[in-house]
Design a protein around this ligand. Sequence first.
Ligand code: B12
Length: 213
Amino acid sequence: MTKDGMVNAAIAAIVSGDVDTAAQVAKDAIAEGVSPGEIMNDGFIAGITEVGELFESGELFLPELMLSAQAMDAATRVCNEALGGVSGEAKSRIVVGTVQGDVHDIGKAIVIAYLKAHGNEVYDLGRDVPIETFISRAEETGAQVIGMSALLTTTMEEQKKLIKTLQERGLRDKYKVVVGGAPATQRWADQIGADAYAEDANDGVKKIDALLS
Ligand code: B12
């Protein structure tokens, strides 16, 4: 199959919520020499973006959205595994989680895989993570960076609250705080006093590298 064919198959597998095909397309594409980042961005992320639009316009409903999310999860696992990690001294230690009240974790998983592939030690805090957990895990692990994902306009407030809590405890200067997720913007990051906003996983790696250099 051509690369375009594989990209289209990836989009179709996510839109139709076909878990097995999504995983298989990811494996085939990587075996054919397409990079995991490329098939993820051009294929699977394009597919889940289309699903989001169909959901928003009422052409697709929650049960289908959930199947698409499962297909996305299956594809993400294959691509993330192929991305691998870098051995040797870690560049930095980073804790990353999806904020409390929010179960969206596909984007977070991709960000973590990219950060690991670029030689960072990353602690995955999971989803629906309370502020206290972000802070205690950052303290325990000696992290330099706290990364927060939020996909809902309601839960993005948690990003703001975490920064405020760090300030109140005199811990703000100890950490670089990076925010991401579909509703976040550079403007939002500036408004809440985050150190950086990243629009995708690649941007996240670059911004964190820049913050720590
Ligand atoms: C898949 C999905 C789900 C799945 C999630 C499964 C999972 N395990 O994640 C399920 C079906 C569970 C779900 C549930 C819900 N969802 Co939903 N969901 C989506 C959908 C379609 C895709 C999200 C996604 O995975 N995108 C793909 C990834 C790769 O992109 P990403 O998350 O943005 O991440 C990238 C960047 O943002 C960035 N990034 C993200 N985080 C971070 C963090 C850091 C530190 C950095 C550096 C970068 C970074 O890098 C990532 C990789 O490039 C979106 C639509 C959309 N356009 O976003 C709706 C959407 C987010 N959901 C929505 C809604 C309303 C819901 C529900 C409330 C539905 C309901 N009625 O129950 C529930 C909420 C449950 C909860 N409490 O969290 C709305 C939110 C509306 C709003 N304005 O708040 C959206 C926008 C759909 C819509 N258009 O209406 N959902």
